[in-house]
Design a protein around this ligand. Structure first.
Ligand code: 4AD
Ligand code: MG
Length: 446
């Protein structure tokens, strides 16, 4: 029977009001009548029987339809229709999870007028990235995308748990700012009641200020960068997992926390069901470290180029170092420390014995930067000198500098671009493929 849901959804079957059963709960209901509710993932019409795949948040259930009248009507129902299906759970060794539903009564809750614009029933979506992004509202229903989002959720969970367990307090800081924390050209200016304001490139200034109050803080929030380049690893809004802590000796204390946080994140992600398809690597107790100057010397030799004056690692350098790290240390994780001061923001602490270099680090994962962090300046006079040297006007930084004028401990922290991490873990070609609604130079919707 194919009935109108609005008329029949509360009708009890066999006299008992039905509670919803999820697809993955079916094996514990063999022999019983249950109610499934979900999306029509796919249907296969055979000669005398149809197989419906009904998708809910737990997975996909197989429903066997033999009634020729119902089969005929189902033939016109497009993918992604929402159905309520009541029937008997039967053991079926050949079916997914060893069970299927027989003799279904099917109620239509809602359905589109035609087939959806992306074929999400295919194991891998066969569409162009642009099409998937244009139709994110549907494409995000694909089981792979759902799994990716669950991985991201687990990553945030692991980040929160590990830091909370280590005495960090979660904070939420403003995203509309008077001063651009990271400097540079990639800041978005907005009209703030007639005067210029900036979208936060990071929570950097606020997380440092809050070390003065809480010692150890973290934030999970959006960061904005006006990235003019269309690359597979840059978007104009990303999710930044930030931490900051006081009373450190140097950046190595921060790196140790970053290592533990990553291990906590990997542990949570490994528990996500979909992780079976994703290789969740272990994080070594000590992640190998190479100084920027040594990395450049290695790269220079390997590539036959003079890279001694390079201020930063190019993407191909990061990839090369990723391969080198895998071969040399057998791990995908590599800390590069000591980046040149001239490429780092004003708050960066120099390397005490050689101020060309900094007490900062990047973490490369499979040859891509996913974390930047380091030790910060903590003396008021050092900030005034650093801003002056970079010809940055101190006026909009007054509220930030106040923290340092009344006493701040040596401190440092890091920021993890979690979408880059998920991209590397899933092997996605483009960071946009692991994001819900990416923003970039071309795209402001959906
Ligand atoms: O390297 P970034 O710019 O460092 C900071 O924002 C500092 N405040 C961090 C600190 O605590 N010292 O950004 C941090 C991370 C990068 O390593 C990268 O993973 C990610 O954020 N990221 C981006 N992800 C996607 N799209 C972009 N445009 C990104 N820019 C940075
Ligand atoms: Mg960086």
């Amino acid at each position: 029977m194919l009935a109108d849901y609005s008329a029949s959804h509360s009708t009890p079957v066999h006299g008992t009001p039905f509670v919803r059963t999820l697809a993955k709960e079916m094996p514990s209901h063999v022999g019983a009548d249950v109610l499934l509710q979900g999306w029509l993932h796919h249907q296969r019409q055979m000669k005398s029987v149809s197989f419906l795949l009904l998708r809910d948040r737990s997975g996909i259930a197989q429903v066997v339809v033999e009634d020729s009248h119902v089969r005929a009507m189902l033939g016109n129902v497009p993918h992604e229709a929402v159905l309520a299906v009541r029937g008997r759970v039967v053991a079926a060794p050949q079916a997914p999870d060893g069970v299927e539903m027989h003799d279904p009564v099917i109620d239509m809750i809602s359905a589109g007028p035609e087939e959806p614009p992306v074929e999400i029933f295919r194991p891998v979506m066969q569409t162009q990235l642009a099409t998937r992004l244009d139709h994110a509202a549907i494409a995000l229903r694909h089981p792979n995308r759902v799994s990716t989002q669950r991985l991201l959720s687990a990553a945030m969970h692991g980040f929160r748990n590990t830091l909370t367990a280590n005495g960090f307090t979660e904070i939420a800081t403003p995203k509309l700012l008077e001063a651009a924390p990271e400097g540079g050209a990639n800041v978005f200016t907005v009209d703030y009641f007639g005067r210029p304001a900036y979208l936060a490139q990071s929570p950097q200034l606020y997380k440092q200020i809050m070390v003065g109050a809480l010692e150890r803080v973290f934030e999970i929030g959006p960061a904005f960068r006006a990235e003019p380049h269309d690359t597979s690893r840059h978007v104009s809004q990303f999710l930044s997992l930030d931490a900051e802590m006081g009373f450190i000796r140097d950046h190595h204390d921060v790196m140790a926390v970053a290592r533990d946080v990553l291990a906590g994140m990997m542990a949570k992600m490994a528990k996500v069901k979909s992780s079976e398809a994703v290789d969740i690597p272990t994080v070594p107790t000590t992640i190998p470290e190479i100084h920027f100057a040594d990395a450049m010397a290695l790269l220079g030799d390997a590539l036959g180029q003079d890279l001694r004056d390079e201020p930063d690692l190019a993407p191909e350098h990061e990839r090369w170092l990723g391969d080198w790290c895998e071969q040399t240390f057998g791990t995908a994780w590599l800390f590069v420390t000591g980046y040149p001061m001239r490429k780092r923001p004003f708050y960066t602490h120099p390397q005490p014995d050689d101020s060309r270099w900094s007490n900062s680090f990047d973490l490369l994962f499979r040859g891509l930067e996913i974390i930047t962090g380091g030790q910060r300046l903590h003396l008021h006079s050092d900030y005034l000198a650093a801003l002056d040297q970079r010809r940055i006007d101190v006026t909009p930084f007054a509220g930030y500098l106040e923290a340092f004028s009344y006493g701040m401990p040596p401190h440092g922290g890091f920021a993890l671009g979690v979408e880059r991490l998920i991209r590397q873990l899933t092997g996605a070609e483009n960071i946009r493929d692991v994001m819900l609604f990416p923003r970039d130079i071309q795209r402001l919707s959906p």
